[in-house]
Design a protein around this ligand. Sequence first.
Ligand code: G3I
Length: 360
Amino acid sequence: MISRRALLAGVAAAAAPRLVRGAPAPASLGEAAAASGLLFGASIGQEAFDDPAYAELYRRQTRILTTDVALKFDWLRPAPDRFDFSYADAIVRFAADNDKLLRGHTLIWNDRVPDWLKRLSAPEVERVFDAHIDRVVERYAGRLHAWDVVNEPFWPMDGKPGGWRDGPWFAAMGPSYVERAFRRVRAIDKTARLALNEAQCDNDYEWGRSIRPLLRGLVERLLDAGAPVDAIGLQSHLKPQWPADYSAFAGYVAGFAERGLAVSITEFDVDDSPFPNDVAARDGAVAAVGARFLNAVLAVPAVDTVVAWQLSDRYTWYREISRRAPRPLPFDRDLQIKPLGEAMAAAFAAAPRRAPRPSR
Ligand code: G3I
């Protein structure tokens, strides 16, 4: 049994250049998770190609990666008649060269679509939908651990009946686009874990309260119809400024497991904006929230993957929307482990050991 102290020493050693030979294992978040049968990783983008130290942090700390923007429709399809796979291919190569699993994010999302798609008729949108799935899924078949087949199907604030997120796919096909996507992907890629990825479910703010039952209902209908859904992705961009009950959330997560689904935490980070300017106080508060969340959800054995949304505060998406330098991730801007990273390692170590799952 590895002591928590040895574990944290190992994680801290891994965050800095390894100065001590034979540092106690596990020496990284990826290894700490693996010791409990969990996969840990992070989303990855251009930053890892531009910043060698950051690439090295991915090599040391992760066992699974998720494409950040590279496989999104707007990045792959700059024009109706053009596919640009160069960025996605580079990430697929990085994952293969470094022996990392890879989640493809995301095939179908009603947000972030190019203007040219919005101008098409419904039958044209349907043709683009099928052709896009066929081309992209064929290209990467056998090379992805998982696909976020559909991202964020619900956004009640769009005012659509049933709380559906509005956008070209929904406008052309209605709710049927979800099942159509899953069936089409499975017809081509027989091995990737096919996931339905959703945001907000972790909070008890009006968004979480409304989206949770909508997602649950959709999953029931998809499974009853025999749609090939293997997993639920719960993003988990935690918002401590909103009410949340992580024990109740774990019960919600367990409901998916009862239907035989795996569950992945797909975009983990902790919004630090409600916390004090003092860095130590802020980091401590962020770590406490992360620990409470992970300890609750990792008690559910179906949760077998935790992916952070980037690894270091140097590159978090919160930089775009924060009033001060944000600190939502396990590693700081100098790529050193923070209290959140240590809390994650401790939660991974404390998690009940997972039995190996079948490949999907
Ligand atoms: O790389 C270009 C750069 O060349 C250009 O100069 C610059 C000018 O705006 O834009 C850069 O691209 C940005 C891109 O991220 C690269 O990181 C885009 O503007 C920006 O819109 C894009 O945002 C991404 C967003 O999804 C939309 O695709 C974020 O990085 C990404 O973290 C975010 O991820 C989402 C998940 O997919 C779904 N869940 C929520 C999560 C966070 O918002």
